[in-house]
Design a binder for this molecule. Structure first.
Ligand code: HEM
Length: 414
């Protein structure tokens, strides 16, 4: 019997050292899919590990709220981050506001609208793969910084309306805030709070907002800055929070999926060969990569009234941690869940969440991953490890932060 220590499920350091705790989740799914943990330094939470239970909870946004506690982090971070700038993002909102505010940006992310970006996506992927071709194939490089980071970053920047010279600022904000539990990224190595980084982020977004109010453009930044809710202009804090969530969530996660996706293909060479032989599988492969890597590991909900689930009572005010990465290996849902299969179909994974807060950028992310694979895989002659794979020190957005490789890429057939 596997002994399960709550820290295995939430300690950022353990995620960096051991990767996702799949062994512990598998044991919990079998013996106790809903378990209360109260690890030292954390407020207690129910660990929800089965796919069906995450779906049930996520489909009850009136009963299970995002606002009070968005994810499971240390008590120190709970307290210190609350002292930072106020945030009112759609991820933190609950009924009745959530739907109303989500509508502001919704149509920019519909599959139809995202398809209009395909040419730009192909251009970005070609440019990145061409650069790989120009490199000396014997020289190692970090796939995360050279490939997985710039592709989604420039696409969300383009859609949003961030100027090219400001892309490094967006990257710095994302690394400091999303990677805030990782000493490599945290501001001044302070992994206990992201308040200082958030202050700077809000000042940067404030300048974009002022600019768009003065000089509107055809971009998402303008749509949000000039939006109205129930007949009134939305408040500045809501504009800045919207900017924050779109610009950070809009590329960090996709970067982790792309990097983890290449790693999965390297570890499963037969799957890489299948993809090379049949490039039309890239669409399914993109979803399998999101299932396999599950870059967003957990979000939390807080019960608004007592709720019975599998014979356990979740009391009003208690938090549930939705471990999407566990749901994505659930034996009740997926055939052979620990196998990475580029043609997995059906693939009802919860990598993008489900229900009211289902990922706004899911179509964008899927297409970014697919297009990059379509450009890279046919030209990929060889790839091998050239150093240690390093994982994020985070139990919230997990993944590969450095992936040193040597890669040989064929010239473009264009
Ligand atoms: C592979 C890449 C991605 C993954 C794995 C991912 C994952 C997720 C997950 C799990 C949620 C659910 C949050 C919850 O349940 O409370 C979410 C929400 C969200 N995602 Fe993504 N995401 C990705 C890419 C993107 C992109 C490209 C954008 C672009 C803007 C984006 C924007 C958002 C937003 C705004 C929300 C909040 C939606 C709401 O609360 O209504 N994400 N994402």
């Amino acid at each position: 019997m596997t002994t399960i220590d709550g820290l295995d499920l939430v300690s950022p350091e353990r995620y960096a050292e051991q990767g996702y705790p799949h062994e512990q989740w598998a044991a919990l799914r079998q013996s106790s899919p809903i378990t209360w943990f109260e690890p030292e330094g954390y407020q207690g939470f129910w660990a929800i590990t089965r796919h069906a239970d995450i779906v049930e909870i996520s489909r009850k946004p009136d009963l299970f709220w995002n606002g009070p506690r968005l994810n499971i982090q240390t008590l120190e971070r709970d307290v210190r981050n609350a002292q930072g700038p106020p945030l009112r993002t759609i991820v933190n909102m609950d009924p009745p506001d959530h739907v109303v505010y989500r509508r502001i940006a919704n149509q920019w992310f519909t599959p139809r609208n995202v398809r209009l970006l395909e040419d730009r996506m192909v251009e970005s992927a070609q440019e990145i793969v061409d650069r790989l071709f120009e490199r000396d194939p014997s020289e190692p490089f970090d796939f995360v910084t050279e490939v997985a980071t710039p592709h989604p970053l420039r696409l969300i920047a383009k859609l949003f309306g961030v100027d090219k010279e400001d892309e490094p600022t967006v990257l710095k904000i994302t690394n400091e805030v999303f990677g805030g539990t990782d000493p490599e990224f945290a501001r001044d190595g302070d992994t206990g709070s992201t308040a200082a980084s958030m202050e700077d982020a809000m000042a940067f977004f404030g300048r974009i907002m002022e600019d768009r109010l003065r000089d509107p453009r055809e971009d998402l930044a303008t749509v949000i800055a000039t939006a109205t809710v129930r007949g009134e202009p939305i408040q500045a804090v809501e504009v800045l929070s919207y900017y924050f969530v779109l610009l950070t969530a809009g590329h960090d996660t996709t970067r982790n999926a792309i990097a983890g996706g290449l790693l999965a293909l390297m570890e499963n060479p037969a799957e890489l060969e299948r993809l090379k032989k049949d490039i039309s599988l890239c669409e399914k492969a993109a979803d399998e990569i999101v299932r396999w890597t599950t870059p967003v590991n957990q979000f939390a909900r807080t019960a608004q009234q007592d709720y019975e689930l599998r014979g356990k009572t979740i009391k009003k005010g208690e938090s549930v941690a939705l471990f999407y990465a566990s749901a994505n290996r659930d034996e009740e849902i997926f055939e052979d869940p620990f196998a990475f299969r580029v043609d997995r179909d059906p693939n009802p994974h919860l990598g993008f969440g489900i229900g009211a807060h289902f990922c706004l950028g899911a179509s964008l992310a899927r297409m970014e991953i697919r297009v990059l694979l379509e450009e890279l895989i046919p030209r990929l002659v060889s790839v091998e490890h050239a150093g240690t794979v390093e994982r994020m020190v985070s139990s919230f957005v997990g993944g590969v932060k450095h992936l040193p490789v040597r890669m040989k890429v064929a010239p473009s057939g264009r």
